[in-house]
Design a protein around this ligand. Sequence first.
Ligand SMILES: Cc1ncc(COP(=O)(O)O)c(C=O)c1O
Ligand SMILES: [Zn+2]
Length: 416
Amino acid sequence: MAFIRGLVCRECGAQFDEIPAATCDRCLGPLDVAYDWDAVRRHLSRSAIEQGPPSMWRYRALLPVDPTDSIGDRTGWTPLWPARRLGEALGHPGVFVKNDGANHPTLSFKDRVVATSLAWARRRGMTVVGCASTGNLAHAVAAQAARHGFRAVIFVPADLEVGKVVATAVHNPILITVDGHYDHVNRLCYELAEAYGWGMVNINLRAYYGEGSKTVGYEIAEQMGWQIPDHVIVPMAGGSLITKIHRAFQEFIRLGLVEDKPYRMHGAQAEGCGPIVHAFQQGADVITPERPHTIARSLAIGNPADGRYALRTIRQTGGQGVAVSDDEVREGIRLLAETEGIFTEPAGGVVVAAAARLIREGHIPPDESVVLAITGHGLKTLEAVTDVRPQVYGPIRPNLDAFQALWDRIASLVTP
Ligand SMILES: Cc1ncc(COP(=O)(O)O)c(C=O)c1O
Ligand SMILES: [Zn+2]
């Protein structure tokens, strides 16, 4: 059964049918999916969820989909574990990692938002879908469009990492690079969605897209043993993910699936593109757009669509906004790789660096749990670390003498 009851304006409460529109025509507020909460409550329990599939679809009743929708059927239910070695390095015993770099099929949390938005597009008979993207969304749309027979038209900034361009292009979408940064791409795509009637997942389908992000929050709560952690650190670009994890926790509380308790949502950005964090630090309610300049390209959105709501989430929960330097991002990537065996992209480096700072400054006390939202895989963004990595020895000739000559120099690396 689907429990969706149309769309509702987050600002003025106006109600709408399930339309392909992101904003209220009365007040320009963003539109959210509305549900019949009484029906959801009757239908849903911990055991009903636990008996569901090991994917985001175990939370189907809380998503804008029909029972027969099957786009992204293996997406979600990514690992969450106590990251003891990372915790030791950071000086905190309660660090957990939620690794969406392991998401199916394209190794970022964007697989989740594409699953919900393309399911909606399919039901509405749309055949052409697309997005404006900083890379991961492009990859996710291209892959799922290929598998489910949509034509994809995808727009990205021209200076994107090679790995993200190649990983997207291999699925044979119409991939168009645009001079300028993400905010230019986004503006163009608004006009195109209107003019051509395409299903642009993060533009006119944004209400359905955002619902997919909630599943990160549902999974964190369930995997922590049906408990909300004390702290979550989330990377922010458009600012949607952090608001949706918060909303997921609120929905679980409202449904009686977890106990109500205080928790803090911390938002992390790169110093070179930190409009949400900078507004937080200045105590401002209005976000001043920035011109991005950072190696964290996936987070390089200078004018974030959900910025004020991300800001509100951080403030309401008593969290912090943290902006880190590109050097700290590289160090964060290295630290996660060396302690937990996880190779993350710069967004994950931003989160690890933010965690280091929040722990050091006492914002996350040692007896409180903290979940780091690692949202994408490092293999797509090798550029970010090739300056400092890899430490490779050789090439040596393929014989014992050649090895011995090298070993004489470096054996101390393995002997204590
Ligand atoms: C890897 C990664 N993490 C986090 C984000 C931030 O998500 P949001 O735009 O919902 O703030 C993005 C967005 O592109 C991303 O690609
Ligand atoms: Zn409105």
